[in-house]
Design a protein around this ligand. Structure first.
Ligand code: ZN
Ligand code: FE
Length: 254
């Protein structure tokens, strides 16, 4: 079976748009719809017809293009079950344990509440996850509609994916995230190397997305809230949720 092709491109100010195309079935899905015109043009340039939309959450920079893309393509929209009242339009809702298909490719849905009633699309056969605004390279989403406890659980779930999992985050926030991460974990050698790489890439306008679970485990302070020396540095030895909440609060005020 030929592997699906993933195409990533910038949208709006700092979002990324994603198309995944399965040559075997001819199906193409877009993950979130930050900019309908841009997404339709990117698909057209590749001669791909968008057959599905997979929404991670309801925010307008993720679902705002649903209506236009559906009107132009007739595609099928999959949306998080927890957000039926807020998401623009959809055909099917999904939650933890549900499966979505792109041709013969199986996609697993993970519930990751915290930012909103957010979900993640995980494709085991290609070790890839589309994580929206839950996990960012060196960061995580803000707690708009959830608690620190929920977000820590969601991030722990993603951290439990295989180390080589490719992680597509929905925003290019990494340079700012790196500056913050260094402020709370200044002696972390993996983070220092990562931050240097981010600096090099951004100076050449190269994306820092995708990342991997292995890289984030080693350097992302939001995934390190259960590591004792880091808990001590944050003033909450023995308490992962309190440590996570402290890091999130510091980032909100950074
Ligand atoms: Zn969002
Ligand atoms: Fe967003």
């Amino acid at each position: 079976m030929s592997e699906p092709i993933i195409h990533m491109f910038p949208c709006l100010t700092d979002n990324y748009g994603f198309l995944i195309h399965d040559p075997a079935s001819g199906e193409t899905a877009c993950i979130d719809t930050p900019d309908a015109d841009k997404i339709l043009a990117e698909a057209k340039a590749r001669n791909w017809r968008i057959t599905q939309i997979w929404n991670t959450h309801w925010h307008p920079d993720h679902a705002g293009g649903n209506e236009k893309i559906k009107a132009e393509t007739g595609c099928h929209i999959t949306a998080p079950a927890g957000e039926v009242e807020r998401i623009a339009i959809f055909d099917r809702t999904v939650s933890q344990g549900d499966t979505v298909r792109l041709g013969a490719i199986e996609v697993r849905v993970l519930d990751t509440p915290g930012h909103t009633g957010h979900i993640v699309y995980y494709i085991p056969s290609i070790s890839t996850a589309f994580v929206g605004d839950t996990l960012f390279a060196l960061g995580c989403g803000r707690l708009f509609e959830g608690t620190a406890d929920q977000m820590w659980t969601s991030l722990s779930k993603l951290r439990g994916l295989p180390d080589d999992t490719t992680i597509y985050c929905a925003h290019e926030y990494t340079a700012a995230n790196a500056a913050f991460a260094l402020s709370v974990d200044p002696d972390n050698a993996a983070l220092i190397d990562y931050a240097e790489d981010v600096k090099q890439k951004r100076s050449r306008n190269v994306p820092t997305v995708p990342t991997t679970i292995a890289k984030e485990k080693a350097a992302n302070p939001f995934l390190r809230a259960d590591i004792l020396p880091f808990q001590k540095a944050m003033g909450h030895a023995g308490d992962a949720v309190a440590t996570f909440a402290e890091v999130r609060k510091r980032k909100d005020n950074f």
